[in-house]
Design a protein. Sequence first.
Length: 327
Amino acid sequence: MKIKAFFKENISYIIILIVTFLLFYIELPFYIMAPGGTIDISDKVTIDDGHKLNGKVNMLYASSLKATIPTYLFAKISNKWDEFPNSERQIGHESSSDVEFRDKILLDNSVDNAIYVAYKASGKDIQIKNVYNYVIGKVDEAKCELAIGDIILEADGKDITSINLNEYIASLEVGDNIDFKVTDDKDRISSKKCSVVDIDGAKKVGILYSQNFDYDTSSIDIKFNGSEGGSSGGFMMSLSIYLALSDEDLLRGRNIAGTGTIDINGVVGEIGGVKYKIIGAHNAKVDLVFVPLENYNEAMYIVNKYNYDMEIVKVHTLEDAINYLKG
């Protein structure tokens, strides 16, 4: 009787609690993309004998939110928020730990590339000591024993660092097998087999891998403090390091931002979420935004659509950005 009386007396509060739980804690099979902002990385790079920058260097980021009923409904009525199915950011039937591992490896890769490219552009001495090819994704179509987290050492007896794996796979026929020699996070070496398959008209084995490395710097010690930015922050990390190493004041008090991956050759790569990053740059009152060549048209569309007062500069390499700042 006491329980019935309690529910009868508090029924309105119980209903409110249930509705609140359903609204804010039940996740829908979507994710929400929303305007982000800037991360000042000027003070996140510590360089022995480097100098303080006269201005700000910012990474741009987009905000990713869990889809609950309120966020989903807001995305439906807002022209600056969008909803996407969760399947669009997953590779095959991977787990959340697989996604976290890939994000970590890609972040490490962007930092490695950023430091190496900035050193080379500055004329500083830097040597690559070890290369690691991590398996970070696997599609459902794959007929492959490789697992996420494996480090590829050899393909058909060939040192993986001496060949272009994608070109080697393309030279084979669909149905051919490749014998891989791999090691795991416990340094256990094993052999695994993959078959060449046709994926969207191209010959592949159905894995995604990232090439990370150890390097030796004999002149200057760099420490990157923080984990923001992911792979899309690599280009701006590299530019920030270069500016700190340079004897020239290329910033001249400006508040600049940008986005893009960076590879070991200094090429700035295409990224996603440009719409939300440009909106975030506007909200942060950035003077100048560097974007990859492939994202330039989308960035300009957003600037013109909302009549933003900012300068958008397209870059294909780190050198493009350096030359622009020098001009």
